[in-house]
Design a binder for this molecule. Structure first.
Ligand code: ZN
Length: 309
């Protein structure tokens, strides 16, 4: 293996598609609906991808950017031909992408995934408990070939081509909130199963105290509590135990971005750069990428490594 870039050597286990060894599930409340929901991960065959199944409606919704129907407070998937929706998919998608799971059915018996502790860590724990297995087919990668950028005021998000010879996604994100407890934070990392677990998975979703009443009045955040979200009131974090890490806010935004970018349908190879982005911009970015056939190409991960050797 001499001469191979370290990233390719260490990522050799990622050249093949993976699914779970066994089904596993959990029960929890939906953040916005407040409804008690069961979620089960089930192994799926090669080239199946991630598919959400509303077991109460008998409807399958592929976890792809072009099935995103709402991005106002969470990323919501749906089908044009039916009213079936599945909300708050981003923390589940981030855990699956972070753990390198390509093929799985995510069964849910309600309109939204369980929020659990507001992070991806409980989902990573479940996926680890089930274990994963390599499948008999190479994993495809979406290689970014030209810079694609979308913006809204001073908020922007872009995908750029990656550095030659290195596979994977390098991510950089910054946020800037008026609330003093959040303020300006920035973070960059190379997305790997290790970096996802260590740097992002435990970061919880957050909200501003002043927005909670508005959301409740609109019928949202019915399941929200200090057990599943960080609540910020100007300079104060209202959760008695405080933050899990000082820049938990930026880390959670990057976790959300990992989940939203996973809706590309295959791992991205390139650089992701975001400032004050959210679910809406993240989805617009993928739509812009795939709308420009010269901006990307799908490649098999294995030949990339062979070419580098
Ligand atoms: Zn989130």
């Amino acid at each position: 293996m001499d001469g191979l870039p370290q990233s390719l050597v260490s990522d050799s286990t990622t050249w093949f598609q993976r699914t779970l060894k066994a089904p596993i599930g959990c029960v929890g409340v939906g953040l916005h609906s407040g409804q008690r929901v069961s979620l089960n991960f089930r192994p799926a065959p090669v080239d199946h991808g991630i598919v959400f199944r509303r077991t109460d409606l008998g409807v399958d919704i592929p976890a792809r950017f072009d099935h995103v129907v709402d991005t106002r407070l969470s990323t919501v998937l749906g089908l044009a031909r039916s009213d079936a929706r599945i909300g708050t998919v981003e923390h589940v998608m981030a855990a699956l992408a972070g753990c390198g799971i390509d093929n799985v059915v995510v069964e849910v018996d309600g309109p939204e995934t369980p929020i659990l502790d507001g992070s991806s860590a409980p989902y990573v724990f479940l996926l680890d408990c089930a274990g994963s297995v390599e499948q008999d087919a190479p994993r495809s990668t979406i290689e970014v070939r030209r810079t694609v950028r979308v913006s809204d005021g001073d908020a922007f998000v872009e995908l750029r081509p990656g550095n030659p010879g290195s596979a994977g996604l390098d991510m950089a994100l910054s946020i800037d909130f008026a609330a003093v407890a959040i303020g300006r934070q920035a973070l960059s990392l190379r997305l790997t199963p290790d970096s996802f677990r260590q740097e992002l998975a435990r970061a919880r979703t957050f909200t501003l105290a002043e927005e909670i009443e508005q959301m409740r009045a609109a019928g949202l955040a019915q399941g929200g509590s200090l057990d599943n979200a960080v609540v910020v009131d100007q300079a104060r974090v209202l959760n008695p135990a405080g933050l899990r890490m000082p820049d938990e806010f930026a880390r959670h935004k990057l976790l959300d971005a990992v989940g939203d970018m996973a809706l590309a349908g295959a791992p991205l190879h390139g650089r992701f750069i975001a400032h004050r982005s959210g679910h809406a911009l993240n989805n617009r970015l993928l739509r812009a990428l795939f709308a420009d056939a010269s901006a990307w190409r799908e490649i098999s991960a294995a030949p990339l490594a062979v070419a580098a050797a």
